[in-house]
Structure formats: structure tokens, C-alpha cells
Write a protein that binds this ligand. Sequence first.
Ligand code: PLP
Length: 405
Amino acid sequence: MMLRSDVHEAVQAEDRHGAHNYHPLGVVLCRGEGVWVHDVEDRRYFDALSAYSALNFGHRHPRLVRAATEQLERLTLTSRAFHNDQLGPFCAELAEFCRSDRVLPMNTGAEAVETAIKLARKWGYERKGVAPDRAEIVVCAGNFHGRTTTIVGFSDDSPARSGFGPFGPGFVRVPYGDSDALRSAIGANTVAFLVEPIQGEAGVIIPPDGYLAAARSICDEAGALLVADEVQSGLGRAGRRLACDHEDVRADLYVLGKALGGGIVPVSAVVGTDEVLSVLRPGEHGSTFGGNPLACAVGREVLRLLADGRLVEESARLGAAAASRLRAAAHPAVREVRQRGLWLGIELSDDAPSARRASERLMERGVLAKDTHEKTLRIAPPLTVTAAELDWALERLDDVLAGLL
Ligand SMILES: Cc1ncc(COP(=O)(O)O)c(C=O)c1O
């Protein structure tokens, strides 16, 4: 007999004493290893969400746990008032990974996006000569960059922004994937174009081929920065080290997060050129926890896990195979399968039940996935998944999709 999650005391306490800002599926997890998690009744589930790509290396990857444990036993936090022996190497290794110059470490993705916005504006005033307080940043319709008031202020998602204004000026929104619209929106005061190379929360939306390369040249012509928010798309998720690599595009600033913390600690960063990162001087930006030695030690091990390219190749290979299989099944309930790497957006047809309902049915069969918006099911298993484990999950997904209509 399945224990109803709403009668579990942990859920009751959450319901009674926690803010209701999420609507989780009815499962209470207590243990995880690799791609598998267990609920409080010891039922096992395949994790097909990976904490929105924060768990690219699965649950408790032994090398990440070892790196964290060793660092826990040495030094966890210094603040940036003092140096620590992990931050410098972490910055050097992450800058090299991104083929860029410098790193500014933060904690959450939203903080790193805020940091990139501040950097772009300061660069605009000091280097491009934009008049004080006139800097503009071009963003995309359907964007998701986090939850701070500045960020939700330029979102077009009503639940994310309604009721949280007033919002500051300085952002111009253009349709995603439309380089002509970008070209028309960029003006003399534009300091940056902030873009997700693939829009994750919008439903794994892949822009037309050539879009990022076009954005790069439009920014170059206009003297604006290209800022790639790779918080979700980066670090192997999209079948490349960075999703911008699909078009061999180099951004001026990369925003990274989620998987950088190995599913253990929040770690985010802005990685960029000397020219941009050098606009900051002591006292102008910071974070108590940003660059802490525990975060840096875990981040360094994450980069070592990615170094030989094997996980990234597997992401590309397994993801493409999964998408072909789902497309070949031609389920009437599925309108479209979008895929880059181990990142799939399954768009359900209008007459199918909601993606939330599909997620619930998947959960009953032992697969945890999540809807985004009304009709998109998002599948993003850890990159460490084996072909056999993925097959197991895809069989169940096939079953559920076949039964929707
Ligand atoms: C592209 C992108 N940027 C930023 C964020 C915000 O990250 P965080 O939730 O760590 O603040 C997210 C989170 O989903 C994201 O997908």
C-alpha cells in the first residue's frame, strides 16, 4: 500500500510551517545514489529531473562526496576577508574550462545573473561610455534567469512577476530565436544581450541554427556584451561542455551554477574576459559565502569529472538515442520532442492530459520527472546514467505516453 505523502508527518509539517511557494509531487525522498532515489517507504525511483540539472553527476557521486568530505575536515568558510587555498585554483580551472580569463564566484544562479547584470552595466558606463543610469540590457521572451526582483522584473511569466513590482527600468525584451528582432532592439545604450542558449524553464526551447552565432556578430557590431546564462544548459547537460559550443560561439560572460556545486553545495559563478571583470574594484560587489573553500573544492572536482569529455559525449549520445526512440514511437499524445544532450522537452498534444498528470503517472511507475508550463514534460537524468538505466526509464515513459490518449 502506497503511503499517501500528505499524511506523512514531514509533509504535514512542511504544509503547516513552510511557505507554499512550490507544488511538489507527492513523494517523500530520504536517500539517493547515482540516478536512483528512495522514498520513506523504501520505494525506488529513477531521477529524471536531476534537481533541474544541479545533479548532473547523480546523487552523492563518490568523487564529489570525497572532495567535499576532505574539505569539510580541513576548512569550510573564510569569507573573502582572507584568502583560502581553494579559490585561486578553482578560478584558474573554471576560467580554463570556459576558455576565458576570470571568475567571480557566487552561490545561486540568480545571484550570478545579478552579478552579470552589474558587470555589464559597469562595463557599459566605464568602457563603452554610456551616460549614467541609461544602460539597457536586451533579454528574451520566455526567459528564466531566477527569482530576484530585478530578474522577475524582466520576465514575462505572470506567476513569476505579478505582485512583486515595482520593477526597475533598463531591460528590453525581444522574441527568443529571432536575430532580426535582436538587431532592431540593440541601440547605443545597449550594454548586453542576456540569453539562455537553450531555454530550460520555458520547456527546453532550442533556438534556430545559427542564432547564437548571429547574436555574437550583432553584439560585436553594436559593441554590446554577449552574456550566456548557462546555469542549466552548461556543464555537459546539452551534450557539449557549454551549450554555446554547439555554434562555436564564445560569450563575453558565462553564467554558471547548479551542477557546478555537484548537487552538494550551491555554487555559481560568472566567467568572463579581463576587459569586463576588471571593472570591479574592492567593495563594489561580493558575497559572504561566494568562493568559500568547500564550494571551490567541490567545484574543482566537478571540473575534473568533466575534463576527459566522456560524460559530455555520453550526454550527446544517450540523449540523441532517447529522442529518436520517443519520436519513432509516434505517440498520439506527443506533439514534439525537443532534445539537446540528455535534456528533453516532450510537448504533449492539446487533447492530452496536463504534463503534471503525466508526471504523476510516471511517478507511480517509478520515474520522477517534472512538468514545465501546462503541456511540457522535462526529462533530464544525471549524465552518469548508464544505457541500461536510461532504457528502464524510457520503457516506463513510453508506457505512460502511450496511455495518455
Ligand atoms: C537559466 C537559469 N538561470 C538562472 C537560474 C536560477 O538559478 P537558482 O535557482 O540557483 O537561483 C535558473 C534556475 O532554474 C536557470 O534555469
